[in-house]
Design a protein around this ligand. Structure first.
Ligand code: HEM
Length: 135
């Protein structure tokens, strides 16, 4: 709602979702992110079973896209587990968390996402660390 054509956030500024290129931009970044993770020897052991199962990989991809879309102000609903539920029992280290974030940053840089948008997305994901690391 509101009297602007930019977006639906009641300001004249486009949402982060729009600045990331909407669902198309987010999908591209997510696919490269997953490719980077699969190639990242620091963490790819964690994803062996996921990568081996096309259905499971597709589900993870869709959940990540929905999560980024919803978190950045887009018209999606995240339907996956909470971050605590999803990562409990894995005992993920801070180094592993940072490696995964670096794989996301590399994907955004590859697709020429600007510094401001990179930081804005990381600011949304960063607070999830306490529900993911050491659980
Ligand atoms: C900000 C950081 C992270 C985010 C936003 C994130 C997000 C997610 C999401 C959305 C799911 C799917 C939940 C569901 O199935 O309902 C998931 C699952 C998973 N995550 Fe994370 N995650 C993060 C960090 C990590 C790290 C650091 C690791 C390990 C190095 C990791 C390993 C996994 C694994 C193994 C799964 C299960 C995949 C499957 O179902 O096959 N995650 N994560």
């Amino acid at each position: 709602a509101g009297c602007n054509k930019d977006d639906d956030n009641n300001t004249n500024e486009p949402t982060l979702y729009t600045r990331l290129g909407g669902l198309e931009g987010i999908s591209k970044v997510t696919d490269q992110f997953l490719a980077n993770v699969a190639a990242d020897s620091k963490i790819n052991e964690r994803f062996v079973a996921t990568v081996a199962d096309p259905y499971r990989l597709q589900l993870l991809r869709n959940n990540l896209i929905d999560q980024i879309c919803a978190g950045s102000g887009g018209p999606c609903q995240y339907k996956g587990k909470t971050m605590l539920e999803a990562h409990t029992g894995m005992n993920i280290s801070t180094d592993e968390f940072n490696a995964l974030v670096n794989d996301l940053v590399a994907s955004m840089t590859y697709y020429k996402v600007a510094e401001q948008e990179q930081s804005a997305l990381l600011a949304i994901l960063g607070p999830m660390q306490s529900d993911i690391v050491g659980k």
